[in-house]
Design a protein around this ligand. Structure first.
Ligand SMILES: [Cu+2]
Length: 146
């Protein structure tokens, strides 16, 4: 919790600096497309980084509204989702809200609120724990916001 708060504060500072640096030339209508990584993948179903799990998500509402709260539903082919988050990796910050994760008991999970407070490249993260206690990460690229 403390780390999340600090990360959010640093993120806000970083974004404030960025805004000052880019000045009047910053175009908010551009949706930050120029910031997307070359390997950007908008897939809503991915394989976890250790190759063990197939993880999917949907949002409500969809598409994701910029600067508004939304809920995310996850499903996994195995293991238990133990943590979720949203970050802007290229800006080094997370969200300014902390989603509450609910295990629906059927391989699906509900998490809210999420909120992406600026346009650009975001990643939705899910941490999956196996029966042996090992964890893998599922990462979903998001272009905020359509
Ligand atoms: Cu940012």
């Amino acid at each position: 919790m403390r780390f999340t708060l600090l990360a959010s504060v640093f993120g806000l500072l970083a974004c404030a600096d960025k805004t000052e640096d880019s000045g009047a030339s910053h175009d908010h209508s551009h949706h930050g497309d120029d910031e997307l990584p070359d390997d950007f993948d908008p897939a809503t179903t991915v394989t976890s980084d250790g190759g063990t799990y197939t993880v999917s998500y949907t949002t409500n509402p969809s598409p994701i509204p910029e600067s508004d709260e939304f809920a995310v539903s996850f499903s996994t082919s195995g293991g238990t989702i133990i943590a979720v988050d949203g970050t802007m990796p290229t800006h080094g910050h997370g969200m300014n809200v902390t989603p509450v994760l609910t295990d629906n008991g059927d391989g699906t999970y509900s998490a809210s609120p999420f909120a992406f407070y600026m346009p650009g490249y975001w990643v939705i993260h899910a941490t999956i724990e196996g029966e042996d206690g090992s964890t893998e990460q599922a990462s979903f690229d998001v272009d905020c916001c359509e």
